[in-house]
Structures are given as C-alpha cells and as structure tokens.
Design a protein around this ligand. Structure first.
Ligand SMILES: [Zn+2]
Length: 402
C-alpha cells in the first residue's frame, strides 16, 4: 500500500489534503481500481461522467473524529448505456461511514463501552450503535451457519425465560466455544433443528448429565457418538442422595450448615482440624460413618479421569459392587441412585477415560446468565442466540468487508 493510502486504510483513495478543524478531515479522490465493472452487464468499458463529493465517518484520531471527504466518480457504461456510481472498496453501498469505522464501533461496544459513551465519542446515535452491532453479529452468525458439528460436544439445558421455558446448549468442548443454543429441551422441540445440522455423524463424544431425554436424542441423531456421563453431575447426584439419607438419620444435624459443609466435602479437602470434628459427630449418630465411608469410596471411583483402557476395565467390578450395595440398601434414596447409576454404567465408566466434562458448559451458562442480565432479559430468543454466539461462540475477530 503506498504511503498516501496507508493513512486512510481505504484502498484506492488518493489523499490530497488534510484539514484540521473540530474534526480531522482527510480529503481525497477515489482512484478507479482495475477490476471495476458495470454492476449491470459486467463490462469494463466505461467513461467518467462526473464526480461527486461525499463525506464518510472514518475513525478517531485521539479524541477527534476523522472524516473522509472523497470525490467519487460517476461512470457511464459504454456497453449498456447505464450510469453507475463507483463503489469505493471498504465502504458498503448507501453507508455514510467506512467499514473500518463501523467495525471500530462494534469492537468497542463488544468490549463493554456503552451506547451512550460511543454516541458521544463517535458522533452517532445510540440506536445506530445497537443496529451496527446487531448487523455484524448477524453477519458473522450467518457465516458460521454452515459449519460442521464439533467432534467433542457437551449438551445441557438452561433456563431462558418464564414464557419460553428452557433452552438447550451445545458446546464445542475441544475449543471451549458455544456451538449453538436452541429453544426447548424435548425431542419434539429440537428435532427440526437437529435434522438439518451438518456433520452429525462425525460427532465422536457427547458429554451430558444423566438425563434420559438427551440420551435418547443423542442415540437417534448422533449415531456415531459415544455418550459420556458428566462428572460434575455424577458427583452432585451422589451427594444429593447421600444427604437425603443423612436427613432421615439425623434431621437436626442435617440442618446444621457447618456439618453440611463437612459432610459434603471431598475427604481430601478436609482441613486437619476438621477431621476430629467429623469423627466426633460420627460417634453421636449411629450408622452414619459406614454410609459416609461408602460414599467416599464411590466418589473416588467417580473422580477418576484420564484412565487407560485397562485401568478403566478394572473400574467396572468395583463400580458393580457399589451398585449392588446401593440396590440392596434399605434406604429409598440410595436405591434410586443405584438404579440411575446402573442404567448409566457404561457412560460412567467412559467418564473415567476422559478428562473433559460439562464444567465448561456450566461455565458458559453462568456467562449466558450475565449476558441476559446485562440486557435486562431477552424477549426474543433469536436475539439472545445471536448475542450468545457472538460472545461465547467465536473470538470476535473478522476481516473487513469490501
Ligand atoms: Zn453496463
């Protein structure tokens, strides 16, 4: 790029003068590029009929607004006899600012500058900021539309709104990106979307919590995917049922927040001074200690990750023993837990082979909640989806459109 063009960053604008006033005005002429053709017939035979001067917002120089005042030729096509205005690369038709300017506003808004601030610094209205932001995001999401499903996928539900209920999140666990969000969590509401998803059969691993609906969906629509149980969810489930039994053994102790914290904790996270406290409590409640030991044992099994094939195989008999104990237990919550774990045995064993879990998905849910809150809630799921993909789905960088 020659020096004179380098100043503006717009190809083919020959800078003639720079005028300093309230704003910095760069004046120049648009030089017709060699690949220019008539938009109607595509002919490259034309002559200049006249020139018109137009002003575009272009950026900020310090605090000052930079304007581009360009003489743009109007051309006459010798082939079809039509007139057309030469289109300067980097400025889209009918726009009064350069793409560079619009993208600057987009990035600043994405980075957290409010519409109000931007409308002061960039001399545009707040609604223009909103419109441009929306334009860019929609453009990018449209570009992403044709992409293939991720190889390692996480699936989970999250709450969207009281009117529309729950939505399903699909996460690319390998690249730590949200792949998509879809309204609904039943097969009925997801099937239209899933049917037109590209590259369903290339999905290798799907991580999910132990939900029967999602399992059926994955089996049906992702035929080659291995289902892996989510460790986070497994641990939570085990704790939940264990605490229920504790509640029947010692209802008063269950309400004590200090004890709750002790009993819920992984054994390895207990501080030295907490161990005798726990032992002391066990001495007072009959039958709790063996239950606790059993839970810790099972927990250790669930927490294993990155196991080799043989190691994972060795896990199976241990898990089965625990399952039998659960199923034969006199307590109802433990029986339920046993049944759930039994029907999910294979995904749980697989879980030990992997390190990925849906913690990433849960993290995105927190982020999505923040997005929703910052916008004071979304009424329209489409807009919500655009925002989520814009902020969690890609790194926010794309080339300037010409
Ligand atoms: Zn023509």
């Amino acid at each position: 790029m020659p020096e004179r063009q380098f100043i503006t960053g717009v190809p083919g604008v020959l800078v003639q003068d720079i005028v300093r006033g309230n704003s910095l005005e760069i004046r120049g002429i648009a030089e017709i590029q060699s690949d220019t053709a008539c938009p109607d017939c595509g002919s490259q035979r034309f002559r200049v009929k006249s020139t018109q001067e137009r002003t575009f917002k272009h950026g900020l120089w310090g605090q000052r607004l930079v304007l581009l005042k360009i003489k743009i030729p109007k051309l006459f096509c010798k082939q079809c006899g039509r007139y057309f205005v030469y289109r300067v690369p980097g400025i889209l038709p009918k726009k009064r600012s350069t793409e560079q300017f619009r993208q600057e506003v987009f990035h600043l808004h994405q980075g957290g500058l409010t519409q109000n601030r931007l409308s002061q610094s960039h001399a545009i209205s707040g609604s223009t900021v909103e419109r441009w932001y929306h334009d860019f995001v929609a453009y990018r999401v449209k570009e992403l539309e044709g992409r293939q499903c991720p190889l390692v996928m996480g699936i989970d539900e999250h709450f969207f709104s009281r009117k529309d209920g729950y939505a399903t999140t699909l996460v690319d666990l390998k690249n730590h990106k949200v792949f998509d969000v879809v309204l609904g969590r039943s097969e009925e509401s997801l099937k239209a979307y899933l049917k037109r998803l590209k590259g369903r059969d290339r999905v290798q691993v799907v991580v999910m919590d132990m939900s029967e609906t999602y399992r059926n969906i994955i089996r049906k629509y992702f035929p080659n995917a291995m289902i892996v149980a989510d460790r986070f969810h497994g641990v939570r489930l085990l704790n939940h049922h264990f605490l229920k039994v504790w509640g029947t053994l010692d209802p008063d102790g269950r309400k004590n927040r200090g004890l709750l914290s002790l009993l819920r904790r992984h054994e390895c996270n207990l501080k030295p001074e907490q161990v005798p406290k726990l032992q002391n409590y066990f001495d007072h409640v009959a039958g709790l200690e063996p239950l606790y030991r059993f839970k810790q044992d099972l927990m250790q099994l669930l927490l294993k990750k990155k196991q080799k094939r043989v190691e994972a195989k060795n896990l199976i008999p241990q898990l089965l023993w625990h399952l039998n104990e659960l199923l034969e237990s006199p307590w109802e919550p433990l029986k339920t837990l046993g049944q759930t774990l039994k029907s999910w045995l294979e995904p749980i064993v697989r879980m030990g082979r992997f390190s990925k879990n849906n913690g990433i998905t849960e993290g995105f849910h927190t982020k999505m909640e923040m997005i929703s809150r910052r916008a004071y809630g979304f009424k329209n799921f489409k807009n919500y989806r655009l925002r989520v993909i814009a902020l969690c789905g890609w790194d926010g960088v794309f080339a300037i459109r010409n």
